[in-house]
Ligand binder design. Structure first.
Ligand code: ATP
Length: 334
């Protein structure tokens, strides 16, 4: 296993670049999530890395080896977990997992070792049509890991699964990749997925990496307003920051930055209680694990609070609002 380095990568279609200058590094044994909106070039990036799409310029290094366009896909040492698994339907589970292995490796117990790793011991004789969606994705992961690739690429691997299963499989895939010591790159448009699974997140926007950092850093210290809005729910207000604070419809809040700009708060920062700014509850959206309370301030500004546990209010109630922590502030560029 080995690290993956992408340097100044440019690629596109018909002379029109989609990836303009992409730079990142996945350390050996690390899991990087490339997060970006639909159409930003995630699939193109995977196709370039896998050797299915040419680069216009730039370099891809895998474990000290430069993967030029002359290195064909099968010689790259890259494993792929496609969307919805794409198992070979005419091969058994064992046949799928052993597909890229030599006869000696298949006989040496590698297939059983991988099935054990993904929690599917004893499933070798089943056909893909006899598996659930989650099981099929586990088999696809086992198949990708079997030849001990330098890096595993995962293309929105949970998108076809329902919410509960997605979360469970996410944890299992992370544990499996760790146990295998695999270096992995996952692409997704789902910020919760990217923040939840990866060691590092690269936010891809307009053909470049807008931020590359640990999930918590991307959420709490986003590189700019665009990243902040993309990685989580937020409320924004115009404001002027001065001397470590900024005036907002929710009162004067601590912040960093100076001058004109945009103040950003996350719904979990708004606390309902007896103190603070008066507001009226417009509605309560119950999500099961938590709830969003929609509120209106006296000046007409709409805000949202994320509430866990018992919901203390209902539509029409008057409640005071205070803010926990400091506000993010993004200065306007003149
Ligand atoms: N074969 C192609 N020919 C021309 N343009 C293409 C081709 N494939 C993709 N594109 C364009 O390249 C851009 C990036 O597409 P890509 O599929 O890489 O995005 P993505 O981030 O994977 O999107 P999604 O999340 O919707 O799958 C889009 O504007 C798309 O229209």
């Amino acid at each position: 296993m080995s690290g993956l380095t992408v340097k100044r990568l440019v690629a596109g279609y018909g002379g029109e670049p989609v990836l303009r200058e992409v730079d990142f590094e996945v350390p050996e044994g690390g899991l990087l999530a490339v997060l970006g909106p639909s159409g930003c070039g995630k699939t193109t990036l995977l196709r370039v890395l896998a050797g299915f799409h040419p680069v216009a310029s730039g370099e891809v290094w895998l474990g000290g080896r430069l993967l030029t366009s002359e290195v064909p896909p099968e010689k790259r040492g890259i494993g792929i977990v496609p969307q919805e698994g794409a198992l070979f339907p005419h091969l058994s589970v064992a046949g799928n997992v052993g597909f890229g292995l030599s006869r000696e490796e298949r006989r040496g117990g590698r297939v059983e070792e991988l099935l054990d790793l993904v929690g599917l011991s004893g499933f070798g004789a089943r056909m893909p049509g006899q598996l659930s969606g989650g099981q099929a994705q586990r088999v696809a992961l086992a198949r990708a890991l079997a030849p001990r690739p330098g890096v595993v690429l995962l293309d929105e691997p949970f998108s076809a699964l329902d919410a509960g299963l997605r979360e469970e499989l996410r944890a299992d895939v992370r544990a499996t990749l760790r146990a295998a010591g695999a270096t992995a790159l996952l692409v997704t448009h789902d910020q919760e997925e990217a923040l939840g699974i990866a060691d590092l997140v690269a936010v891809l926007r307009d053909g470049v990496v807008a931020q590359l950092a640990r999930p918590q850093t991307v959420y709490t210290s986003p590189a700019d307003l665009g990243v902040a809005l993309f990685v989580g729910e937020a409320m924004t207000f115009p404001g002027v920051a001065r001397g470590g604070s900024v005036e907002t419809p929710l009162g004067v809040l601590p912040t960093s930055g100076e001058g004109f700009g945009t103040v950003l708060l996350r719904p979990e920062q708004l606390v309902l209680g007896a103190h603070g700014v008066p507001s009226t509850v417009d509605d309560v959206l119950f999500h099961g694990h938590d709830a969003t309370v929609l509120l209106r301030l006296p000046d007409g500004t709409s805000v949202r609070s994320r509430v866990q546990g018992k919901i203390p209010v209902r539509a029409g109630d008057s409640v005071s609002l205070s803010v926990r922590g400091s506000a993010l502030f993004f200065g306007s560029t003149p």
